[in-house]
Design a protein around this ligand. Structure first.
Ligand code: GDP
Ligand code: MG
Length: 660
């Protein structure tokens, strides 16, 4: 244990070289440009792009002495006192500048740059804080930046955060603890952050809220450095506390004494140095871990190594993010500024839609949507046609309880003065009408199905190809609806005509008809025999109709013969009717889909969008607010990333030329 302690002290000692002039010169050459680059990145707010930069984050419980430590490092006075004084993150950029006589202080927040003086800084920070977090006791996570240019300050950039309070003081919001811890977590979670944990010597370290929080994000303390303040107030046991290291501080401890009361900066340093030299207990603590100058050195070292470690990654992240944003911007729809632009885009969309529809609905090429079966138009339409043709009964639907009685009744009604074996045409047309009526709904159903389906596909293609121009989608949808309505009524008219034509006459040139009829009539003799010869069995087996009973037909004699003839004609003719209904309608549907894709869709869309006064096209010129917003965001971010890239490119150049 003692040996390990000794080694630890030794290590710390080696890591803290004296700040001599040679070192200062090399520091100015090598480290300073890195720091400037990182500060410029921070200034550009590259963090908004999700790119973290190495930052020393000061955390600590309320009144642990955070602001006092910063003061000591900067050699200036900051707002101090009871309650929370630090209500917004304060980025402090300390810049050593031997040329300045009077310290230069610039407070940057929102878009302001306020130059101030040592005497005015406390008030200026208060004004800025009030402006950003309200003048009550509220807090905010938007940082303000204080640039301190002074001779002799360490080159450091640190962020002071509001102290952690468990119990809200009067006037603070109830959830102050949650608000503050979420700000602290936001700053200390990134791996690039160095946590400067400020602990008061007067408290038991393991009870500190800030220790608990930093351990959540840095369990082994690899990026945590502890500053123990108020060494003057609680010297007893301090040495033991920092050597025991109960709280896992990987980067070690530095014990300090800050300015007390109205002391000047110089007085405070002298008091501190005297305290650690002469105090019976404090003087036993190794000199390599006491005093503000040691703290400054340690921080500068940690900062420099952290920056050089992180920089390559930062460069990569900036480049990646920039490329990503540029390609995202390029993928965005072009912003239309003239009617000619809009017309061009409209024509292109029309062409894309037409190409897709030709493939899906006409040619049956599905490579655009291999997995979306619902869009495979030719296949789906073929299925509908097939279903339709199988639903149409392939043999004529007779529905008689008693064989041929339907025909007998019709023949009785159309009875006239004529030869007994003469089949009246009006009787045949009557039965034809009855049969055709039975199936007339089916072609109408097909029409509804097909056009409903086509409407879906056309709409989907239009939406897909015009997705970047949501302004034109409602009028396009309307155009498609009108168009399909037109097609549907055209097809219904076709079906009406098709059925009406069937009823005008019984006609076919199909030789199949005669063949079928002749075949069926071969049973005629057998049938007539069973009717005329009452000795014959009344059950009879017929080709087309299977076993039938004919006993009831014997009383009708000649009429039964005519009825038989009529049934056989109707049966033979039925096949022709079904064929015509299927083929005719199928060709009609296919032809009209082709017309729709090739000409009518275009006509309808042009009428709707370019139509009266070009209102549809003009609407395309108004970019939707969300697209405009996204474009603006990307452009802003690209500008910022380009600037950041320049910053890091410069610094990388300097490093590589420096090495040569
Ligand atoms: P913060 O809330 O963490 O920013 O703490 P402050 O810096 O405001 O300090 C809280 C109080 O502790 C102030 O009154 C300081 O003067 C006092 N303080 C800070 N550091 C020391 C120190 O090293 N010694 C003494 N005696 N007082 C200190
Ligand atoms: Mg403070």
């Amino acid at each position: 244990m003692a040996k390990a302690d000794a080694e630890k002290k030794l290590r710390v000692k080696e890591e803290v070289p004296k700040f001599d002039t040679a070192l200062a010169a090399s520091y100015n050459d090598h480290i300073r440009p890195l720091l400037d680059a990182v500060d410029r990145l921070r200034h550009l707010k590259v963090m908004q792009e999700g790119i973290q930069i190495p930052t020393i984050v000061v955390v600590g419980d309320q009144s642990s002495g955070k602001s006092s430590v910063l003061e000591s490092l900067a050699g200036i006075s900051l707002p101090r006192g009871q309650g929370i004084c630090t209500r917004v993150p304060l980025v402090m950029r300390l810049q050593n500048d031997p040329s300045v006589v009077e310290p230069q202080l610039i407070l940057e927040y929102r878009d302001k740059n306020v130059t101030t003086t040592e005497a005015g800084i406390t008030a200026a920070i208060r004004v800025a804080t009030d402006e950003m977090a309200g003048d009550g006791k509220g807090i905010s996570n938007t940082p303000l930046t204080l640039v301190v240019k002074k001779n002799g300050v360490p080159d450091l950039t640190m962020v002071d955060l509001p102290g952690i309070t468990r119990v809200p003081v009067h006037g603070q919001p109830d959830n102050i603890y949650e608000q503050i811890s979420s700000i602290i977590m936001e700053y200390i979670t990134p791996k690039e952050s160095i946590i400067l944990n400020v602990l008061s010597a007067t408290v038991d370290f393991p009870t500190c809220e800030s220790i608990r929080m930093s351990q959540q994000v840095d369990r082994n303390g690899e990026r945590t450095l502890a500053v123990v303040t108020k060494a003057d107030k609680a010297p007893e046991g301090l040495l033991e506390k920092v050597t025991a290291d109960d709280v896992n501080i990987g980067l070690g401890y530095v014990c300090v004494r800050n300015r007390v009361g109205d002391e000047s900066y110089e007085q405070a340093r002298a008091e501190e140095s005297c305290l650690f030299e002469t105090h019976p207990l404090l003087s036993q603590i190794d000199k390599s871990i006491v005093g503000i100058p040691v703290l400054a050195q340690r921080l500068m070292q940690i900062q420099a190594s952290s920056i050089s470690k992180c920089l390559p990654d930062i460069v990569k992240k900036i480049t990646d993010k920039l490329n990503q944003n540029v390609s995202e911007l390029n993928d965005m729809p072009q912003n239309l500024s003239t009617v000619a632009d809009a017309v061009r885009v409209f024509i292109r969309i029309l062409k894309l839609v037409r190409d897709s529809l030709e493939k899906l609905l006409i040619r049956g090429e599905f490579e655009e949507f291999p997995d979306d079966l619902e869009l495979h138009g030719t296949a789906r339409i073929a299925e509908m046609l097939h279903k339709y043709s199988t639903r149409l009964p392939s043999s004529c639907p007779f529905n008689d309880e008693l064989f041929l009685m339907e025909e007998i009744r019709i023949l009785e009604e159309t009875n006239g003065i004529r030869l007994p074996n003469f089949l009246p045409r009006s009787a045949f047309l009557t039965i034809l009408r009855k049969k055709v009526d039975k199936i007339s709904e089916m072609p109408r159903e097909l029409v509804t199905d097909v056009w409903g389906y086509v409407e879906g596909v056309v709409t989907q293609m239009l939406l897909k190809h015009s997705q970047n121009y949501p302004q034109m989608q409602s009028s396009s949808r309307r155009a498609v609806r009108n168009l399909i309505e037109k097609m549907r009524s055209r097809s219904n008219k076709f079906v009406d005509e098709m059925i009406a034509m069937e009823l005008v006459a019984d006609y076919t040139s199909n030789p199949d008809y005669m063949k079928t009829w002749t075949g069926l009539m071969e049973d005629q003799n057998k049938f007539l025999l069973a009717i005329e010869d009452h000795e014959m069995p009344t059950a009879l087996k017929l080709k087309e109709f299977g076993e039938v009973q004919v006993g009831h037909l014997r009383q009708f004699a000649k009429l039964a013969e005519q009825a038989f003839d009529m049934r056989m004609r109707m049966s033979a003719y039925w096949r022709t009717i079904v064929l015509r209904m299927v083929d005719g309608l199928a060709l009609h549907v296919l032809y009209n889909i082709k017309c729709l894709v090739e000409t009518e869709m275009e006509t309808e869309l042009v009428n709707e969008l370019v139509g009266p006064g070009m209102t549809g096209i003009e609407r395309m010129l108004e970019e939707s607010p969300s697209t405009a917003g996204k474009r603006e965001r990307l452009q802003k971010s690209i500008k910022l990333l380009k600037q950041s890239k320049d910053v890091v490119a410069n610094i990388i150049d300097r490093i590589t030329t420096g090495i040569k």
